[in-house]
Design a protein around this ligand. Structure first.
Ligand code: PLP
Length: 385
């Protein structure tokens, strides 16, 4: 029999790494709401817990499963994806330098611009599809963090994690990968040389659009990781016990959900690839996608549920298509069981480098033909108006 450590991702997910409650035998963990933990008459803590901002039994199973999925030494959960992102950048010192993609998740980029101005942290952006541009952007001895996202939101350009890790490490920097969109089901960034992997757990990990949370997983115990944990405890961006419980429950079906979303998205991407009302479909699973060769190597269990449509025309034409969908919901976010459509430039604001004719779709687990029919009718109707 395979040892528990070598069990497949889907078994580890379904069983929460074979969780069984030691007290009751329950297969789902208890919800511990206490904020404080008592001491005995000798003034020693009765358990290993003291205060729930520092340490919390409700996080433990979740963090263990997340560390196992990404193959890291330890995982830490946060109150939101952005709380985790901020904890990482809190470890950058004044005068140091950060490199990130020019098109990336806008919240992380907005935060980077802010700390760069407020704390004199150098900031360089590179074109995600050009690894040579990353090489030119790093400043050996000065770059503290290379932050990448793959696939990059919302063009789904692929960044070769192994190549980025080599560049970062030669410059003495830490490589952090935002793997929210790929999820550990298809890309385990630490296996490709990343030092820290980040997930907005709000998205695929939870998958039901009802929890905000973030996860960091580290490849090793080192000074930066210690610093990140300290930041979490002292800035207090901690996940509530019920959110941790819900997130773990959602994660049990992550594999199935991701598989189905990937299947649906690939069918949709293929169906609309040559559509006369569209300029282009951006999806890593299409052979026409510029990063497809990297995706084949780096995404080992499907290409995910995220795709973008570049419509013929501009913002108005794009918004008209979104206005006419009847099944696909007009909303931001991604990775939930329900399909969403969004005119991305509208939400990103003035710094947005996203094309104005881009519609971002997060494909869910619905009946694929119904999603195709819905998009088809919304394209036809928007063409008539
Ligand atoms: C949503 C998202 C984040 C931020 O996470 P929150 O949970 O919303 O704070 C960061 N990166 C990516 C790629 C995301 O999609």
């Amino acid at each position: 029999m395979t040892s528990k450590k070598d069990l497949s991702l889907e078994t580890r997910l379904a069983q929460a790494c074979h969780y069984i409650d030691e007290v009751t035998g329950g297969t789902s963990p208890p919800l511990q709401l206490s904020t404080t933990y008592s001491r005995n008459a000798d003034y020693e803590y009765i358990s290993r817990y003291s205060y729930s901002r520092a340490d919390n039994p409700s996080w433990e199973v979740l963090e263990k499963v997340c560390a196992s999925l990404d193959g890291g030494v330890e995982a830490k959960c946060f109150a939101s994806g952005m709380a985790a992102v901020c904890a990482v950048f809190e470890t950058v010192n004044v005068g140091e330098h950060v490199v990130a993609p020019r098109v990336m998740y806008h919240g992380s980029q907005d935060w980077l611009r802010r700390i760069s101005e407020k704390r004199s942290i150098g900031l360089s952006f590179f074109e995600a599809s050009d690894i040579g541009a990353l090489q030119r952007a790093v400043q050996p001895g000065k770059t503290s963090i290379v932050w990448i996202e793959t696939p990059v939101n919302p063009t789904w350009d692929l960044i070769d994690i192994r190549a980025a890790a080599d560049i970062a490490h030669q410059a003495g920097a830490t490589l952090v990968v935002d793997a929210t969109v790929s999820s550990p089901v298809t890309t385990r960034a630490l296996e490709h040389g990343a030092d820290i992997v980040f997930h907005s757990a709000t998205k695929y990990l939870n998958g039901h659009s009802d929890v905000i949370g973030g996860i960091l997983v580290s490849a090793r115990q080192d000074e930066r990781w210690e610093d990140i944990k300290w930041v979490r405890t002292l800035t207090g961006g901690v996940l509530g016990p019920f959110e941790a419980w819900l997130l773990l429950r959602g994660m049990r079906t992550l594999f199935l959900r991701f598989e189905r979303a990937s299947h649906n998205a690939l069918q949709i991407a293929r169906h609309f690839e040559q559509h006369p009302l569209l300029e282009r479909v951006l999806y890593p699973g299409l052979e026409s996608h510029p990063g497809h060769h990297i995706a084949r190597r780096q995404m080992t269990n499907g290409f995910g549920g995220m795709l973008s449509l570049l419509v013929r025309g501009g913002a108005d034409e794009a918004r008209a298509i979104a206005a006419n969908t009847e099944i696909i919901v007009r909303a931001t976010s991604l990775g939930g069981v329900e399909s969403l459509i969004e005119h991305r430039a509208s939400i990103e604001g003035p710094h947005s480098a996203v094309p104005k004719n881009l519609l971002r779709l997060s494909i869910g687990i619905e009946n694929c033909q119904e999603l195709i029919d819905d998009l088809e009718q919304s394209l036809q109707r928007s063409a008539k108006t």
